[in-house]
Design a protein around this ligand. Structure first.
Ligand code: IDP
Ligand code: MG
Length: 149
């Protein structure tokens, strides 16, 4: 089963949207296999966003991600990498569709509430960056046969 890395960013935590965001993933049918609240060390933030190092907004992005706690999570489900990006919405909340997390709750690019891995390889990299294997829980959800044929 596919896994992805999801992070509720400092704005989502400060705005009290943790429950609402987790609710959307749970109600879709995805399974939570790892979760921790943490302050993000600068080095980890920079590694996570390594591909964006040369972008003008990079310093502000690192300031933002390290400014207050985040909720780091690993979720599991069929096709979850692609589908969680749909649940989240496009990067700019100003143009994200209503019904998506960013479209419903966000206003600007630099305060877009949530991160989701953009590809299967990225998900694997990010899961290993943020979690130790022993902190991920292999468990059987009893609703499984009611979600998958
Ligand atoms: P994504 O989060 O939708 O995958 P990326 O292009 O990977 O978007 O960018 C990572 C994060 O960097 C975004 O979620 C957003 O927080 C921030 N970001 C991207 N572009 C801008 C920008 O133009 N201004 C400010 N922040 C940006
Ligand atoms: Mg991205």
């Amino acid at each position: 089963m596919e896994r992805t890395f999801i992070m509720i960013k400092p704005d989502g935590v400060n705005r009290g949207l943790v429950g609402e965001i987790i609710r959307r993933f749970e109600h879709k049918g995805f399974k939570l296999v790892g979760m921790k609240m943490m302050s993000v060390p600068r080095e980890l933030a920079e590694k996570h966003y390594d591909a964006l190092r040369e972008r003008s907004f990079f310093p502000g992005l690192i300031e933002f991600i390290t400014s207050a706690p985040v909720i780091a999570m690993v979720w599991e489900g069929e096709n979850i990498v692609t589908f969680s990006r749909k649940l989240i919405g496009v990067t700019d909340p100003g143009t994200a569709d209503p019904g998506t997390i960013r479209g419903d709750y966000g206003m600007t690019m630099g305060r877009n509430l949530i991160h989701g891995s953009d590809a299967i390889e990225t998900a694997q990299r990010e899961i290993h960056l943020w979690f130790n294997e022993e902190d991920l829980v292999d468990w059987h959800a009893v609703n499984h046969p009611w979600l998958y044929e």
